[in-house]
Design a protein around this ligand. Structure first.
Ligand SMILES: Cc1cn([C@H]2C[C@H](O)[C@@H](COP(=O)(O)OP(=O)(O)OP(=O)(O)O)O2)c(=O)[nH]c1=O
Length: 195
């Protein structure tokens, strides 16, 4: 069966993302694509308000794509950040940092923002979505169990809603589960459909 969206757009899609979740979620949409990754320094300017960070980084990933795009190609990049009490949580650099991040999410509600950028040889657009996620109070040994066993160093806010800590700790979510996982499929679908 020909992938549904490839038929609609007639374009070759390139996903510039290392994230296995994004690759999985784009595949699940029924999109035929190739993955091409390039290194990006994901530093956010200190004076940038937290709510603009995901869009800024998603655009940066598209702007720094090293190869010019052909007529028939659409590039997709994305970025996810967690915001708690006005503070941006990116990926943790150590177990201790991961512990502190999860501790700050425990017994509280935070925002997850995911931005996705679409680019072809003529235009570029960034769309974004946010979700609110609440955690119950987490015991310190639960946090350590999760960090030691799941090593969430590749995840914004040091957790995956799709992993153990999400199963046992998340009490509610307002918005798209897939936005929290890093890829708002409903927006990607709509954007590709009308491209
Ligand atoms: C909050 C949360 C984040 N994440 C992931 C999504 C993203 O992959 C990651 C945030 O880091 P990103 O910098 O957005 O993405 P990445 O470095 O993994 O991939 P790339 O830049 O190459 O596209 O955290 C989850 O998988 N589950 C969650 O619940």
């Amino acid at each position: 069966m020909e992938p549904f969206l490839t038929k609609l757009t007639g374009k070759r899609i390139i996903l510039a993302s290392n994230s296995p979740r994004r690759q999985e979620l784009l595949k699940a949409l029924g999109v035929d694509f190739e993955v091409k990754v390039h290194p990006v320094d994901e530093t956010v300017p200190t004076d940038l308000p937290a709510e603009y960070a995901a869009a800024y980084l998603s655009k940066l990933k598209a702007d720094s794509f090293p190869v010019p795009l052909g007529e028939n190609q659409i590039l997709i990049t994305a970025d996810t950040i967690v915001i708690v009490k006005g503070r941006i949580l990116g990926k943790p650099n150590s177990e201790l940092e991961a512990f502190e991040m999860i501790k700050s999410l425990s017994g509280a509600t935070h925002t997850v923002m995911t931005a996705v950028t679409f680019k072809d040889s003529k235009r570029q657009i960034t769309v974004e979505d946010e979700a609110r996620v609440s955690f119950r109070f987490l015991e310190e040994d639960e946090i350590w169990y999760y960090i030691r066993n799941f090593k969430p160093f590749d995840k914004a806010g040091a957790y995956g809603i799709q992993e153990w800590i999400g199963f046992v700790g998340v009490t509610s979510i307002e918005g798209s589960y897939f936005t929290v996982m890093g890829f708002p499929q409903h927006l990607v679908y709509q954007q590709l459909k009308k491209w």
